[in-house]
Design a protein around this ligand. Sequence first.
Ligand code: ZN
Ligand code: ZN
Length: 390
Amino acid sequence: MTNNIWWDDLQIHMVEWRRHLHRNPEVSFHEEKTSSFIADMLESFGVEVKRHVGGHGVIGTIRGDQPGPVVMLRADMDALPIHDEKDVEYASRKDGAMHACGHDGHVSILLGTALYFSRNKAAIKGEIRFLFQPAEELLPGGAVHVIADGGLDGVDVIYGIHLWTPLPVGVAASTAGSMMAAADDFYIEIIGKGGHGGMPQSTVDSLVAGSALVMQLQTVVSRSVDPLRPAVLTIGTMQAGAAQNVIAESCKMSGTVRTFDEETRSGMKERIHTMVAQTGAAYGAKTDIKYIMGYPPVVNDERETERFFQEAVHVFGAQNVQASPMIMPAEDFAYYLQQIPGCFMFVGAGNPDKGAIYPHHHPKFDFDEDAMQHAVKLFIAMATGYTAEV
Ligand SMILES: [Zn+2]
Ligand SMILES: [Zn+2]
């Protein structure tokens, strides 16, 4: 059933599906047609389908003949509000929307994997669920809705793959523990008392308090965070005042915090709140802070990542399996890993010969479609390996 001709055939199908989705992108929380395309396709393979999971999510289920664990494989499906600048036949046909992160590829990979298992049920001990998740690119993200809707109920382990153009095609990478950052944002306002620039004694200068606060906040990472744990705090904007001889009533600033573990993340949040309130108080100003928690850090399970390194060698060859460095982009796959063990993996998809040289979220982003077949093989190896072990 799964000889070379089968794989060649699958590749033709995956390219066709991926290009169809690429021409017809749907942005986060609007993946209506993408969702029906997936569900209809799964049904045509004879896979049991649940639609509308946490919005436009779809879960396909294939049960093996023997009892065993429940393995979930996840793909995200949303596009980005970016105008496609590629000059290819399958470029986006929708103004201002584009699959610039490769989620079209992720959908095709997971459909390809479902097709494989629908024809090879004997390889399954237990159950494999195929989770097509909407809205990865936009807060609060689709994963929280999928979980709230019971999407993870009864699942023992979860795996996710991201095609990754910074890595060359033919390579795979992951890392145990923290792999991708948590990204949280904050908006601060310091409210003083405006007045004449020549009579400061009857005012509260929000600009001076704000300036002090910017400097204070620089000490959060250097003095309050374990030096062995990476963290960043950046103040990106600051606005105050309207005239050279008027003391500013209000000073606004905004910034972002990146961390790789929950302890550092919550510690920094607390420290920032304290510093804002107390620096403001020291200058006699009132303060307000809005702290917006983004996705948590992606923290891979140690044992499941060890399995990735074992299984990936069979698919990619030992020299092509790498330990991924920690990277700053965030991923809502993190929420699943907070609930159950699992592993998030990168599959190399960059190839200068095919123009796949742009970073993710770039208007000319594209990936080497051969990477989709590598990803299917990795999913199959992870899923069957897990059920064989348990
Ligand atoms: Zn993205
Ligand atoms: Zn992505």
